[in-house]
Write a protein that binds this ligand. Sequence first.
Ligand SMILES: [Zn+2]
Length: 79
Amino acid sequence: MSKMDNLRAMREARYAEAQKRAASTPTRPKAPVAPAASKRVAERAADATAADGLCGHRNMSGRTCTRESGHPQKSHRYS
Ligand SMILES: [Zn+2]
C-alpha cells in the first residue's frame, strides 16, 4: 500500500515538474529533429527522392509524391 502511494507521489511530482517546464519553456519547433530524419529518409530512398526536399515517392501511374521528404503522413499525395 505504501509502495503504491510512493509510486503515485513520484508520478505526481514528475507530472508537476513537466507542467512547470512546459509553462516556462516556450514551445519550440522540432527543427533539430526534422532535417536529420528527412535526410535519413532521403538517403534510404536516394533513387526515388527528388533533390528539392520532396518525398518523391512514385505511385503506380508514375506520379510523384508532392509532400516534403520524410513526411509523417502515411499516405502520399500526388496532386
Ligand atoms: Zn510521400
